[in-house]
Ligand binder design. Sequence first.
Ligand code: VGL
Ligand code: ZN
Length: 208
Amino acid sequence: MRNADEVLLVIDVQNDFMPDGALGVAHGDEVVPVINRLARGFSHVVLTQDWHPASHVSFAANHPGRKPFEMLTLPYGEQVLWPTHCVQNTAGAALHAGLDIPHARAVIRKGHHVQVDSYSAFLEADRKTPTGLAGYLRETGVRRVWCCGLATDYCVAWSALDARTAGFEVALIEDATRAIDLNGSLAAAWRDLLAAGVERVQAADLEA
Ligand code: VGL
Ligand code: ZN
């Protein structure tokens, strides 16, 4: 069992990010058994859910004439336009049924503001609005955050970077993630992660 000051942060293991989902991540389902095993080694596990209103600004369908995976300039910066995904209370937004973490303590839902996306579990895309996760982790005595889930180059990377900025030690468990990899986003994410001091580890490293 890992120390009480370490948390496993399981990001967006939701049906819409599975290979047959609305925003399918290739081999996304393969992280489920790996994460279930990892979670048994942590007394503290926190889950996240991407949790958008149907009218969300990140959906291409809400911008007439625009298509998924195009870019759009918004007041807070450049936004990828995504296929409609993880709409609040839909089956696609539900956690994968095979996720088996009965002792998970908290679920953070993000991306609920109509006009602002939130890849990060800590700070929304306006880079100002906190989700409350940093405060929750500090108040529960967490010092080190282990990140896994979907997708490596979007929600997992942004969460890991913001966890570093918030002052936590951070590791990203590479084989407990899968990537979208849009226009080189995976390589760019790893460049930023390593530069920020995020450790790149494999699930087996935690069992050693
Ligand atoms: C995600 C794109 C849009 C993710 C969420 O979970 O990585 N990616 N919304
Ligand atoms: Zn989303």
